[in-house]
Design a protein around this ligand. Structure first.
Ligand code: HEC
Ligand code: HEC
Length: 323
């Protein structure tokens, strides 16, 4: 129970203190890699836990909440259920959208209009299905669910991070960071436009000084082979991972996240894929407004983070966890 609380406090920490400070505090890894572990993300996914860590930051779990960065989850379920009555169809539809969120696939056209397309959460098939099945079977669409069931569901479903594999644990950290980051970025674009959002602080400056970081010793960064910020250039180990992720993507395979074990830490690596939304700052001159392009050039004279299309590997999450 105590560590569950620690998990909540980690998530709440991310929600409340995101982007308070800038600067890169992450150490480079020069140590020898000794063990490339072949774990895969567990098959046994808990739909509620995935929603809690990766989705509810944008899709409010309260059916009565108004849409701020995205429609609430009850609304999403209602719309999907209206078009996909059977569990199988419903789960397929959710899985299909999550595998490649795009304007064309989206059925909530008003939401796309108001908030832009949802970022790709890099959820594989098994995870998307777990989320779909949970959504289908729960009564999250009822106005009383949040008040009556949400806390119970948390108590029942949230796993203690120390019971998870390093690969799953790192994924959870990366996704909860990503969902908060995405929420903030989208919010800023909505209120101030792309140029305003660009000025919005250094995106990966997370100083995890809360109890979670202390207890699990977690550090998170994003790196790329085509980096915008000079601090985000991938080192040789990371470049090798990026290369292998790109090969999997080219072959149309599901990207296999991976971990590497060092003496005192385990490092998890997870893909960061582009979608429509990213192109207004990472696409070509067709998608990037001239004023935005100008600002990027001023701020990042050596920017390499452009020229992307949708569903390409923009970089990776690197999550360092103390053993
Ligand atoms: C960074 C914010 C953000 C996060 C995190 C997020 N979403 Fe979304 N999502 C959106 C926005 C904005 C929309 C509305 C635009 C659209 O339909 O793409 C949306 C729409 C959707 C839709 C409806 C798509 C349609 O057909 O129009 C589904 C289903 C969905 N999200 C599921 C999820 C699930 C499951 C997760 C967690 C794995 C998740 N979302 C995480 C922002 C987010
Ligand atoms: C409003 C403009 C904007 C949008 C939209 C945007 N980015 Fe970025 N992105 C930036 C800026 C600016 C940086 C450099 C941040 C820094 O200084 O650390 C960056 C950095 C990154 C990095 C770190 C590596 C690097 O090149 O420095 C990744 C990875 C990344 N973005 C992925 C994405 C993805 C994926 C999306 C879409 C879901 C996205 N970005 C949308 C502006 C944007």
């Amino acid at each position: 129970m105590r560590t569950k609380l620690v998990l909540y406090s980690f998530i709440i920490f991310l929600l409340t203190s995101f982007l308070l400070s800038c600067g890169d505090s992450y150490d480079q890894y020069t140590e020898d890699l000794n063990n490339n572990d072949e774990e895969t993300l567990t098959e046994d996914h808990n739909g509620f836990q995935l929603l809690e860590t990766s989705c509810f930051s944008c899709h409010n779990p309260d059916a009565n909440a108004s849409a701020v960065t995205a429609p609430n989850m009850a609304e999403v379920k209602r719309v999907y259920l209206a078009q996909h009555e059977s569990e199988e169809d419903f789960v397929d539809a959710i899985t299909s959208f999550l595998s490649d969120p795009s304007k064309e696939k989206a059925i909530m056209k008003d939401a796309v209009e108001n908030f832009g397309v949802m970022p790709n959460m890099s959820f594989g098939k098994a995870m998307s299905e777990a989320v779909g099945r949970y959504l289908y079977s729960s009564t999250i669409q009822d106005s009383g669910w949040y008040a009556n069931s949400y806390a119970l569901e948390k108590a029942k479903n949230l796993k203690d991070p120390s019971e998870m594999s390093y690969l799953d644990r790192g994924f959870q950290f990366a996704m909860s960071t990503k969902s908060v980051l995405g929420k903030n970025l989208k919010g800023k674009i909505n209120t101030e436009g792309t140029d305003g959002a660009l000025e919005f602080c250094n995106l990966n400056a997370f100083h995890l000084t809360d109890s979670m970081a202390t207890e699990f010793g977690v550090k998170i960064k994003r790196v790329s082979d085509k980096n915008r910020n000079p601090n985000n250039l991938a080192n040789n180990d990371e470049l090798a991972i990026i290369q292998s992720f790109k090969e999997q993507l080219e072959k149309g395979e599901e990207i296999t996240s991976t971990t590497k074990e060092m003496d005192n830490v385990v490092i998890g690596y997870y893909p960061i894929l582009t979608n429509d939304m990213c192109l207004q700052c990472h696409g070509t001159s067709k998608e990037i407004k001239p004023s935005t392009a100008e600002l990027i050039k001023q701020k990042y004279p050596n920017d390499k983070g452009i020229g992307y299309g949708v569903n390409q590997l923009r970089g990776i999450w690197v999550v360092e966890m103390q053993k």
